[in-house]
Design a protein around this ligand. Sequence first.
Ligand SMILES: Nc1nc2c(ncn2[C@@H]2O[C@H](COP(=O)(O)OP(=O)(O)O)[C@@H](O)[C@H]2O)c(=O)[nH]1
Ligand SMILES: [Mg+2]
Length: 415
Amino acid sequence: MAGTQRYLRYIIFAFICLLLVFFFSSSPVPSSRLQTASEIIKEQGSKWKGSSAPTSADSGVKDVSSQPNVSSDKETTPNTSGHRLGETAPGERMNATFVTLARNSDVWEIARSIRQVEDRFNRKFNYDWVFLNDNDFDDTFIKVTTSLVSGKTKYGKINSEHWSFPSWIDTNKAAKVRDEMKQKQIIYGDSISYRHMCRYESGFFFRHPLMLEYEWYWRVEPSIELFCDINYDTFKFMAEHKKKYSFVLSLYEYVETIPTLWDSVKTFMQKYPQHIAKDNSMSFLSDDDGKTYNHCHFWSNFEIGNLNWLRSQAYLDFFDHLDKDGGFFYERWGDAPVHSIAAGLMLPKNELHFFDDIAYYHVPFTHCPTSEKVRTDNKCHCNPKDNFDWNGYSCTARFFETNNMQKPEGYEKQQ
Ligand SMILES: Nc1nc2c(ncn2[C@@H]2O[C@H](COP(=O)(O)OP(=O)(O)O)[C@@H](O)[C@H]2O)c(=O)[nH]1
Ligand SMILES: [Mg+2]
């Protein structure tokens, strides 16, 4: 009997404990805990700027897309730009192509670049794309790139004569230079293939059989980004405004890679005065009227340009002259200063163009339009703080001064 009573006491005690635990853990009950599903939807709806909050008579879910102009909510901003996904721009196309030099191993990085170029520009224009390589492109490269490009894709192998040491180069001397540059930790200083690449981009890509049928090119490298919509035909712009060469970023070249380039340029100018344009951009390239090079150049990983100019006698004489001097191998001349000096000296300055509205990134620099209006009009997603244009290492201010162009509003704040 006493045992049964003890059990009863234990059970009552345990029951009281359970009641106390329940009381403290659930009291007081916040009213939000008791919201119904429709109330939750209503709350979410009022936080969503693009819609007006549903009234109590509503079901709680509204199809805002079917009534674009009826909202009284002043935070609603209807999209008034005329461009919609999937639209192809009407009108004639130019005789133009994208061109990319790449290895098979670059496939995923060039895929990223292509996707950006297509999304921001080429899905509306469907220009062709030529891929060049010193080896055969493999099936993966061809399959991936073909699937991404909206125009025709073409794949070319580079003639080995254009990707090897020319007969007049002393390969022992070149090897010694590479060793020295390696010691000095100069970027790509010990690379043979990088030198072939720079020489090829300087003197041969525009002569590849696949390129001969085109008049205009847009160079694209792996891993670039485009930040703004480009809603007009940039090739047509070049033609209509009589432009031959264009850029988005400019900077000072690493002097160790081109110690004698300007000497070679000066002997070219003496030998071929007929190739030098009267109204040239010498003040962009030199601070002492041509005695020395200030190392300013347009960054050639982005270029839109005229292939006939590169195939002109003037440019070919320029390239041959530089090539004979051997600096592609005895130093590490880049195609950026080579193209830039050629454009700066052999084209009248009004044939060069700065594409401010093509916002662009190639590691480690960004061009983001200074003007807020340009950025919003073109749906740009770059951070204006990243813009390199007015940085002390950029030459773009010098380009503006050479061409008496007015710098955009707000440039001082980005210096
Ligand atoms: N086929 C081929 N393309 C190359 C080679 N080296 C560089 N490239 C391409 O040449 C361009 C410049 O090379 P990249 O590595 O981007 O040089 P960086 O931008 O100066 O650092 C890119 O389009 C590369 O894909 C090479 O050995 N073979
Ligand atoms: Mg690159």
